[in-house]
Design a protein around this ligand. Structure first.
Ligand SMILES: Cc1cc2nc3c(=O)[nH]c(=O)nc-3n(C[C@H](O)[C@H](O)[C@H](O)COP(=O)(O)O)c2cc1C
Length: 328
């Protein structure tokens, strides 16, 4: 029987399947189901910059009114502004419930008090920390270089402040992604999660208003992370974790052939339920058994750009050939 265990961010995982940060990862029952059905790790829902700012400003206000305010007084704040404390409790509950690694998640866009929160997350017992840099850069006055410097500052600051392994979850929207990832890699982070997926507002033509439905990914969306994992595999020190568009066992296998160390699943499990993980695990195991692969390293990265015979296929060459061969 194939051995599915792997090492991700320096942590030992019984399988490369990861329950991604999502609406599923704020409940202990889902962590238990994930472990039972073949997940190698879980990533908690994110603690958002906005939640932290809400607490900071509520505290500032309270402190300005009463300099004697005690730490316990925070418990009296409205429910929506005690996010970070609830978050630390969630880490504690998750750690008690499962043996697989529990990775916490911070979702931020600007330099701030992340190091302090990262330390608290570490002290609460998280095995690792995923930092999701999620921002739509719509200000024409802000250049790509400024955004990347800001992200670098956030990453390096958090990396220096904790000992637990750290992953950085990025969007694909960088002009020179390979360069950006290499630069972030030099901070010593342990993994890159490629990619986060932006919520895209839509319009209602009937109501002439904005619609922000939470639309789930489609399987075709996995081709973007697939290409970038194949391009970056072996070129950065950090592990690569696939996210977006993986909906079946073939998707998991493809990401690993590209070079992913772990494959994260959100939409597929929101749609089919957490026990669907078992189907993905069985499909992966089946593939490995049929091909005679004893463990993950026997095939991981074998279709990456570094290894295949036509490296141009991942870049412009494939595009030119395909366009020129179309005769409709
Ligand atoms: C309902 C829902 C909630 C999510 N919440 C978070 C979150 O809190 N933090 C985060 O980093 N990603 C979050 N994500 C993004 C997923 O982790 C993942 O990157 C994205 O959905 C693409 O993967 P998928 O195709 O498997 O869904 C969320 C996704 C969904 C569907």
């Amino acid at each position: 029987m194939a051995d599915l265990s792997t090492t991700y961010m320096g942590l030992t995982l019984p399988s490369p399947l990861v329950l991604a940060s999502s609406s599923l990862t704020n409940k202990v029952e889902n962590f238990l189901a994930a472990e039972q059905h073949g997940a190698g790790a879980v990533v908690l829902r994110s603690l958002f910059e906005e939640q932290i700012e809400a607490v900071d400003s509520a505290l500032q206000e309270a402190l300005s009114k009463n300099s004697e305010i005690s730490a316990e007084a925070q418990n009296f704040f409205p429910r929506q502004v005690i996010g970070p404390q609830e978050y630390l409790r969630l880490i504690g509950s998750a750690k008690k419930a499962v043996r697989i690694p529990v990775i916490a998640s911070l979702n931020c866009v600007a330099p701030g008090s992340w190091s302090g929160y990262a330390k608290q997350i570490e002290e609460a017992g998280a095995d690792g920390l995923e930092v999701n840099l999620y921002g739509v850069q719509a200000d024409p006055a802000v250049s790509g270089a400024e955004v990347e410097n800001r992200y670098h500052e956030i990453i390096a600051g958090i990396r220096d402040s904790v000992k637990i392994p750290m992953a950085v979850k990025l969007s694909p929207f960088f002009t020179a992604l390979a360069n950006t990832v290499s630069r972030f890699d030099a901070t010593g982070v342990q993994a890159f999660v490629l990619f986060n997926r932006f919520l895209q507002p839509d319009f209602s033509v009937e109501k002439l208003s904005l619609r922000s439905d939470m639309s789930l990914s489609q399987p075709g969306e996995m081709l973007l992370p697939l290409r970038w994992i194949a391009l970056l595999y072996g070129r950065v020190k950090a592990d690569l974790s696939a996210s977006t568009g993986v909906h079946d066992a073939a998707g998991v296998i493809k990401m690993m052939l590209a070079g992913a160390t772990t494959v994260q699943l959100a939409a597929a499990l929101v749609k089919n339920g957490v026990p669907y993980l078992a189907k993905l695990r069985d499909g992966l195991e089946d593939f490995m058994d049929k091909r005679g692969y004893g463990n993950i390293e026997d095939f991981r990265g074998t279709l990456s750009q570094r290894v295949i015979r036509e490296p141009g296929a991942f870049e412009r060459a494939q595009y030119v050939q395909l366009i020129l061969s179309q005769n409709s």
